[in-house]
Design a protein around this ligand. Structure first.
Ligand SMILES: NC(=O)c1ccc[n+]([C@@H]2O[C@H](COP(=O)([O-])OP(=O)(O)OC[C@H]3O[C@@H](n4cnc5c(N)ncnc54)[C@H](O)[C@@H]3O)[C@@H](O)[C@H]2O)c1
Length: 313
């Protein structure tokens, strides 16, 4: 056994993962399984569920098709994990999602859907997990996938941002309440990690899918990989993080740190769109070469609106 496996202590442990059959959840399940963890997964996507069931990871998993917002579905998943392994060590709340609309264009039905998806399911899952972790007497780790939008304004995503910020604050308090039991509660707040869900929401002018646009918005100059997030989940599930609770990891390439500062081509860092970029945008020109923007190969509108906050994140 290597240093990581020995210190990490993950082999033979059990994790419940909501939304574990696609996107970030699937990557987290794969990396937990690679470290010897038995996962119990619920997911809304029947194709993703079938694919996971048929995969090598699925052979060691309990995989349910269902809606994690339904407390009965969550209860059935936890009970299936009890029956199969008789222990619970980790809970990863991945389920979340949003749509883009100015707050005043939304209404109670949409707010309710956003709160159930992003906040209430986390409460139900934690309510089911904590007594089981306590009963096990080995502590445990609860991990919520939140977002950078819980830490800054997110125009067009007000209720999503509020719900994720609520999860952050809930986690902080729960962490303190369950600390005496050795149960840790932490969050992972990604920014921009391309997944099918994110592509559906779109990021305005697609600047974030352009290598130059990504360099402006993300200090490390690239979008996140699925493994940037799943490796944080492995760390938080493992004993390597055994003294870490009530906090948030920010695997975002530096966007939380840079908060509002952008690395403009030929300008460098600024917390506003440079005048040269704005003027070129008004004149319909490429800010770098002065040619009409539509004549510049591979360039769309890369004006001052280039960064629409990865707000879908
Ligand atoms: N991808 C990003 O850039 C990004 C950035 C910041 C935060 N996040 C957060 O990470 C989480 C996962 O994001 P993703 O991009 O992987 O999304 P995703 O839509 O791919 O979701 C992951 C999985 O969850 C499942 N799922 C969705 N709703 C469900 C429900 N009600 N019940 C059961 N399963 C459900 C989906 O079918 C999918 O398999 C979300 O909480 C999201 O808010 C994502």
């Amino acid at each position: 056994m290597g240093w990581f496996e020995e210190r990490g202590g993950l082999a033979g442990t059990v994790a419940v993962v909501t939304g574990g059959a696609g996107g970030l959840g699937r990557a987290i399940v794969a990396d937990l399984v690679a470290n010897g963890v038995h996962p119990a997964v619920v997911d809304l996507d029947p194709a993703g569920v079938a694919e996971l069931q048929d995969s090598p990871a699925g052979q060691q998993a309990v995989v349910h098709h269902g809606d994690a917002r339904d407390p009965a579905v969550l209860t059935a998943l936890f009970e299936a994990a009890d029956a199969r392994w008789g222990r619970l060590d980790t809970l990863v709340n991945v389920v979340g999602g949003t749509f883009r609309a100015p707050f005043t264009d939304t209404g109670p039905k949409g707010w309710d859907a956003l709160l159930r998806t992003n906040l209430t399911h986390v409460l139900h899952a934690c309510h089911l997990a904590v007594p089981r972790m306590r009963a096990g007497g080995r502590g445990g780790s609860i991990i919520n996938i939140t977002t950078i939008e819980a830490h800054r304004a997110a125009p067009g995503f007000a209720v999503y941002a509020a719900a994720k910020a609520a999860v952050e604050q809930f986690a902080r308090t729960l962490a303190v309440e369950v600390a005496p039991d050795g149960i840790r509660v932490n969050n992972i707040a990604p920014d921009f990690v391309p997944t099918p869900n994110l592509e559906r929401i779109g990021t305005g002018d697609n600047a974030m899918t352009d290598p130059e646009g990504v360099k402006v918005a993300i200090p490390m100059g690239r979008a996140g990989y699925l493994t940037d997030i799943s490796e944080c989940a492995v760390f938080l599930a493992s004993r390597l993080s055994s003294y870490l609770t009530g906090t948030t990891l920010h695997p975002d390439g530096g966007t939380w740190a840079s908060a509002g500062w952008f690395n403009w081509p030929a300008e460098g860092w600024a917390n506003h769109a440079p005048l040269r970029v704005l003027r070129a945008s008004e004149a319909g020109q490429c800010a770098e070469c002065g040619r009409p923007a539509e004549n510049v190969a591979g360039r769309d509108d890369r004006s001052g609106s280039a960064r629409l906050s990865g707000g879908s994140s």
